[in-house]
Ligand binder design. Sequence first.
Ligand code: M6R
Length: 606
Amino acid sequence: MCGIFGFTGKQDAAPLLLKGLSRLEYRGYDSAGICVVNGNNNFYIGKAVGKVMELRNRTEGVDLAGYTTGIGHTRWATHGGVTTNNCHPHTSSDGRFAVVHNGIIENYSELRTMLQNEGYIFYGETDTEVAAKLFEHLFDEDDFETLKKLTTVIEGAYALVFIDRENPNRLFGAKLGSPLVIGIKGDSCYVSSDYRSLIGTVEEYITLEDGDIFCIENGDYRIVNCEVELVRDKESITEKEQAMELGDFPHFMLKEIHEQGEVLRNVFAGRVDFQEKTIRNNTLDEIVAQGFERIHIIASGTSYHAGYLGKQYLEHLADLPTEVTVSTEFKYGKQFIDRKTLYIFVSQSGETADSLESMKIVNERGGYTFGIVNVPGSSISRLAKSGLFTHAGVEVGVASTKAFTAQIATFLILALAFGQKKDLEYTRFLSILEDMEKIPDRIETLLKTSDRIREVAEKYARYPNFFYLGRSYELPIAMEGSLKLKELTYRHSEAYSSGELKHGSLALIDADFPSIIINGSSPLHGKNCSSVQEVKSRGGKMIGIIASNDQKKDIYDDYLTFEASLPETEVFSEVVILQLFAYHMANALGRDIDKPRNLAKSVTVE
Ligand code: M6R
């Protein structure tokens, strides 16, 4: 939540900040601001409610030549409404310091009262403004020493970056809980919430650790943690600039949906040997050899749905009892951590605060943590004892698509790896493995039916409520399809086990409340057909997501088909149809597809 970006060097800072912020916009996009400083110790502060584009318009025509240091922020509001006053950067009362912040300062209310008693006047309601005023209050002529003092007083999670008007070539700040990286190329130094905002700008970056305090000045930097001066390793940026560009697609979501075939080839590479018909990977060998008796999967949102499908794979293919908990509940529930359980944390960003905090608890209590993460170098990937990357590449659209298919493919591989060493029948193992190889091509063929999916999506766009139904492997797909619809179209939808509908929710069904059932070739196909009849006989409309060889197509009002295969692999085609269905409906409704209202991609606050 919230993206921060800073620059100091010989170039004008404002255009670089605006470019960096637009790449960080996925982290929050309700308002944005910059503060730049020039060699004459002048600040220019620009703020705008809305997207970075609004800020760009606001600063256009302002002469910012010679302002070569600056900080910027794109906000997802946590404290205080979406107003210009609450927009970062925030300044000290004397106007000397400006700060941007990602995170939450938990004791801000006490600190604000203390500062008000000291005579400080606040213009907004944010916790960050408290940090700006507190810095001024603690200031003892040395930015770095004052910063150290500040970090002993504030509580919570933060990535903070300050500039000082009297030292116009300096960026300084601190990190605890929220991500922050430093990128340096020659005289040009950057700080950012996400190294991917620096793709094409620098070749290497440094990931700051919790407790780090840094200062960057004139092309040089220092990092101190617990009074110890440190040299942190540099990591290389391997992604190409195109990863951050739309190419010929109108939206990143559509681009990312189309990348799924290639993404899955990457997920399989180095793990599945299709020639030798085996799973081959050191991490998997090591994890299987540990002899875990149970699995506990912890994640949120789309990653939770992937975990829920992971449970089906692990139980059906590897005979491993598996529990799945949303990370938002895990931390505050009663945790029974034991050595026989493998704790799997699933996260696209690797920064989701709820998952990260839950992982810290398991680590502290001696549980074995395993990360299924997309972003290399992210906090969850670093804190996990071991793990697998999902290799989906940069996902820009707020709605996860390729990250999800990469996660479920990783779970399928994991379950087969465990199953291979346990009691999974070899013929079944073989048929799944052989079928897996076909998934990428199947997705690419399916994408060609997008027009038919669009027609059906447009036909149903006027309905305000939807049920998404499925069972067994197809229930998590229904859950994910429902989430896609909600976040993209702002239509209400609920996912249910199709069998569960009759236990109460069927009362909602009428001609204006359509349902979508995910009903491929599973052994529960017949039971799902009965659920369709229950809905139809109450006047409800039913859309089927079904295999092309389904003999019961006539029970649906509309249907969308995919090539029949195995229940374990059909889920990939099913979810792609639901992604496109939500995408096309959102498009028909004129929604902001890549940046749906009220959301942010990376949820770094609890
Ligand atoms: O980065 P994570 O996978 O940990 O994020 C968890 C959720 O916030 C995320 O999956 C969210 O539900 C999706 N972006 C929605 O499409």
